[in-house]
Design a protein around this ligand. Structure first.
Ligand code: MGD
Ligand code: MGD
Ligand code: SF4
Ligand code: MO
Length: 883
């Protein structure tokens, strides 16, 4: 692939937009002087007020800043159809009760993103591809030619028909999201379902970690988190793997900072002194990634030894802590306390035992255990990534067990959650937009009910593994190469798979986002036909035969959607689709015609119906305990007539016009109001009358159901109680080798929402993609900051500059998620810095990719390749296409 072609001649958009966005892009999340200047009418360059002849519209930031929900207000200034400037929420006082929804640097760089030279401008075909000779080996290297929409759609329809006729739906891989609701709807997926379906690589999760099942089965909860106003009741915030400052849009870090100012102490257990620990923590506890389980068990030992646990709470509300309170049918010897003390295995899990695994000094383990036990109200939190480890459930088990030993769950100030605050992902949102999803129907290849969360828990399906047709995310590339997928434990063992066509669309950049990306490239090069649809010429599109330009949310718009569980947004259409791009609905309808399918069966709603549905179905919560909701918007007959849809007028809190004018609705809150959520409150008040939704009705420190489920899936074996174990013989702490002595982990980056925004120069400049390593490991290798280092794993090689830090735990290195891969064809080395070139494809437990713990080596690079700074590295453009 060549990188010589750059943004040289990118139309006037580039020049008009880039300057404004770059300058507006770095104001951070808190109000600043610059923002105030904007309020006073100064332009965002700080110059004298410019005459504004355009309009400020509400723009969508649809980035995935936490599992499908994005959350910040963008106001976009549009003149002559061109977006020029961005502001964020400046309405209302910025109070802790109703904080402003202020966009981050990524959101504020959206003008540069939406108008980026990385946009696919026209339908394109790879020059070396023809229906008779796909020439697949040239994918990712070939030149491109511009073709018409009709030509492109004809080719795609013919190739898809060929695959459906000759090999059936199981020969088509939909490398994109399934029908998962209104944030991401792709009518093309709906069309595939009408045609007989396709295989999706969506068994399990790359995202949630191993949290959902332990939460459900040990506590009966689902995404149970305190709300942002209740969290201030805690005296101690004991957090594992928290980087809210960088990876939770919205106000989570602000709220934690407020809770601290209200007297709470913040302790963050982390492999590095990340942005959040720097900003809010009273103490940073450095830990070897993937070993928090041992750390918790070491603290439990000290608590038990000194009788510091809340025994009354354990006796009344929990099963499985000690031999006296085991659930029916369980061997009393298998209780947690005896495991910790080493009563039967003769290995006491002392703080010294834990130190040897997790690297936290035993004295600190004792001190922290005492601090937890000595504090009445503790808010335990652990980030998703803490369970993205081999046998990931073990940490969730240890985490909940620690919180149960502390006691008080169900009372204000005592919480244990992996979601952090109710304002993020929530099973009980405070408000929501109406459903505007496509009604995509079921994928006939995998007709099982879609689980509540996007991809996990698969336990709905675990009851009938024989019916699984989903390929595990982590192993999907390998499975396709090997022609078999699944687990040996499945009835009948692994299942054959023979993929001929890949649809690389539906809001995924899977070539870049899934582990073992080199195998992904091999898969893309192996099949008969690959077609992509995306707004951007990102890696998953670079390896296609035909690509279609998709209109972004700024070009679709006219929709209300829920972000934070506490805000409903309106998205205006900001601009006309750039160049020849079209919404996905157009692609689905045009292909449907070519398949002799009724286009409305694929694209089930008109744009107007979608708008109406999103508005009329918008709701807000009136009482958390009873889960009562009321309609949000007053929709008049005139609104309905204007849209030209069928509908009934309704009464709500505000009119559609008011909602559009403001751009959003924020749930009004006051401390202690009817929306306050204290998880497990009713159970605490009366455990007999309000049992938990667990098999025993109590908190299950010993959870037989959890172990049974996990062990039936076939990825890892866990125990019904929290135990430290080496979860995989080739990954994670305890498995390092001489060849690969370092543990890789891949925290999410301020520069990107996964792979989105990696094309934005200002963000590349602000947040270079570096190999973060400790002074200890760097010195041992003669590496200094700025040196080029070669990162090697059994799966690939990545070249990056090193960033040597005293604030990172020795023995582990970090490379942040989402950088666009850019392979040097001669050496096979990735110059872009995609950690998935290195990542081991390893599912654990409930089928959750273990992003933390791939074994790597890092060496000073002395080969012929060079790297420009990220900001000067041109993005990959389609060679052969006129700019
Ligand atoms: N800016 C930005 N924000 C995002 C995203 C993004 O791409 N960019 N992605 C969004 C999405 S879809 C998701 S799923 C969430 C993910 O949310 P998380 O899983 O919470 O995100 P990470 O950044 O991987 O990890 C959070 C912190 O946990 C630490 N950590 C990793 N492994 C361990 C461990 O074993 N032990 C301990 N104690 N700490 C550990 C990391 O160093 C990091 O500081 O983020 C969301 N937010
Ligand atoms: N190494 C490593 N890998 C990881 C992770 C990690 O921590 N480490 N995290 C994992 C996690 S938590 C997640 S959730 C996944 C995310 O993996 P992906 O979902 O693949 O990542 P995104 O970059 O969010 O991809 C969104 C895609 O949608 C496209 N898009 C944007 N707007 C539109 C539109 O209007 N229409 C269409 N059709 N497409 C559009 C974007 O251009 C982009 O290609 O990555 C996982 N990968
Ligand atoms: S990138 Fe994420 S956090 Fe930033 S403004 Fe957009 S949605 Fe908000
Ligand atoms: Mo995610």
């Amino acid at each position: 692939m060549s990188n010589d072609l750059t943004r040289r001649s990118f139309v006037k958009w580039g020049t008009a937009a880039a300057g404004a966005a770059t300058l507006a892009g770095f104001t951070g999340c808190a109000p600043s002087g610059q923002e105030n200047a904007q309020k006073e009418g100064l332009s965002d360059t700080g110059d004298a007020p410019a005459e504004e002849t355009g309009a400020w519209l509400t723009g969508a930031c649809m980035n995935n800043c936490s599992c499908g929900s994005s959350r910040c207000l963008l106001k976009v200034y549009v003149e002559d159809g061109v977006p020029l400037k961005i502001r964020t929420d400046e309405q209302d006082e910025d109070s802790i009760e109703v904080p402003q929804r202020r966009a981050c640097p990524r959101g504020r760089a959206q003008v540069s993103n939406m108008t980026s030279p990385a946009r696919i401008k026209y339908p394109m075909k790879r020059k070396g591809w023809s229906p008779d000779n796909p020439n697949g080996g040239m994918r990712g290297k070939d030149e491109w030619e511009r073709i018409s929409w009709d030509e492109a759609l004809d080719y795609i329809a013919a190739e898809m028909k060929k695959a459906y006729d000759n090999y059936g739906p199981r020969s088509i891989l939909c490398a994109g999201y399934d029908d998962i609701g209104d944030t991401y709807f792709d009518p093309v997926v709906c069309l595939l379902n009408v045609m007989g379906g396709a295989v999706h690589h969506d068994m399990g999760t790359v995202s949630l970690g191993s949290w959902p099942l332990p939460e459900m089965l040990m506590t009966g909860g689902m995404l149970a988190a305190p709300d942002s106003l209740a969290v201030q009741d805690s005296q101690l915030h004991f957090h594992f793997g928290n980087n809210w400052m960088a990876n939770k849009g919205g106000n989570t870090a602000y709220q934690l900072d407020y809770a601290k100012r209200e007297g709470g102490k913040v302790i963050i257990v982390e492999p590095w002194l990340n942005q959040t620990a720097q900003a809010v923590a009273d103490e940073w506890v450095p830990i070897v990634p993937g070993t928090d389980t041992a750390f918790c068990i070491g603290m439990a030992y000290h608590m038990i030894e000194n009788n510091l646990q809340d025994q009354a709470f354990l006796d009344k509300y929990c099963v499985g802590f000690d031999a006296e309170r085991m659930p029916e049918g369980a061997d009393p010897k298998d209780n947690f306390k005896d495991y910790v003390l080493g009563t039967y295995d003769k290995e006491p899990k002392t703080p010294e035992w834990a130190e040897a695994i997790c690297g936290v000094p035993a004295a600190d383990i004792r001190r922290l255990a005492e601090e937890i036990a000595g504090t009445e109200k503790v808010n335990f939190f652990a980030g998703q990534s803490t369970t993205k480890i081999p046998a990931g459930e073990m940490f969730a088990q240890a985490f909940y067990t620690l919180a149960m030993m502390h006691g008080g769950l169900g009372t204000p100030g005592n919480y244990a959650s992996w979601v952090g605050l109710h304002e993020g992902m929530s099973a009980t949102p405070y408000c929501m937009a109406g459903d505007s999803s496509n009604g995509a129907g079921k994928n006939p290849v995998n007709p099982l009910t879609p689980p509540l969360l996007m991809s996990t828990p698969n336990w709905v399906e675990i009851e009938d593994p024989a019916s699984w047709e989903k390929i595990d995310h982590s192993e999907c590339w390998q499975s396709i190469l090997e022609g078999a997928y699944g687990r040996d434990v499945w009835p009948g063992g692994k299942k054959p798979i023979d993929i001929h066509v890949i649809y690389s669309g539906a809001y995924q950049n899977s070539l870049n986002s899934l582990p073992n990306a080199n195998a992904g490239i091999e898969v893309f090069r192996k099949v008969d036909f690959v077609w992509g649809a995306n707004p951007f010429f990102d890696p998953s599109r670079q390896y296609c035969d035909i690509v279609l330009p998709v209109a972004t949310w700024w070009e679709k718009g006219n929709i209300a959607w829920m972000n934070n569980s506490d805000t409903v947004y309106w998205a205006d259409r900001i601009m006309e689709p750039l160049f020849e791009s079209q919404p996905e609905g157009y692609i689905a309808e045009e292909l449907a015609k070519r398949f002799d399918v009724d286009p409305s069966a694929a694209n089930t709603m008109t744009d107007a119906e979608r708008t109406y549905s999103s508005l009329s179905g918008a709701m807000y919560m009136t009482d958390h305990d009873t889960m009562a909701y009321a309609p949000l918007l007053t929709v008049s007959q005139a609104d309905i007539d204007e849209l030209g849809v069928d509908g009934e007028p309704q009464e709500g809190l505000m009119t559609v016009a008011e909602f559009k004018e403001r751009g959003f609705f924020k749930i009004p809150r006051t401390k202690g109001d009817a929306l306050t959520s204290v998880p497990y409150k009713a159970f605490y008040a009366d455990p007999e009358a309000n049992p938990l939704a667990t098999s025993t009705g109590k908190f299950e420190i010993y959870c037989a159901g959890l172990a049974a489920y996990i062990n039936s899936v076939g990825f890892s074996t866990i125990s019904p109680i929290a135990k430290w174990q080496i979860g995989d013989p080739e990954q994670g702490a305890g498995t390092q080798t001489e060849e690969f002595p370092l543990l890789l982990w891949t925290p999410h980056s301020l520069r990107r929402a996964h792979t989105v925004n990696d094309n934005v120069v200002s963000l590349r400049e602000a947040f270079p993609q570096e190999c973060f390593m400790s002074v200890v490991d760097a010195e041992a290798r003669g590496i200094e900051t700025g040196d080029l280092v070669l990162m090697t794993s059994p799966h690939g090689k990545v070249l990056r500059p090193a960033k040597v830090l005293p604030t990172i735990v020795p023995g582990a290195v970090a490379l942040q998620d989402g950088a666009w891969l850019r392979i040097d064809e001669e050496s096979g080395i990735d110059l872009g810095g995609d950690p998935n070139i290195l990542q081991a494809p390893k599912s654990s437990g409930e089928a959750s990719q273990s992003w933390t713990g791939t074994l790597v080596q890092v060496e000073k690079y002395d080969g012929p390749l060079t790297l420009d700074p990220d900001k000067n590295t041109p993005i990959v453009m389609p060679v052969g296409i006129e700019e």
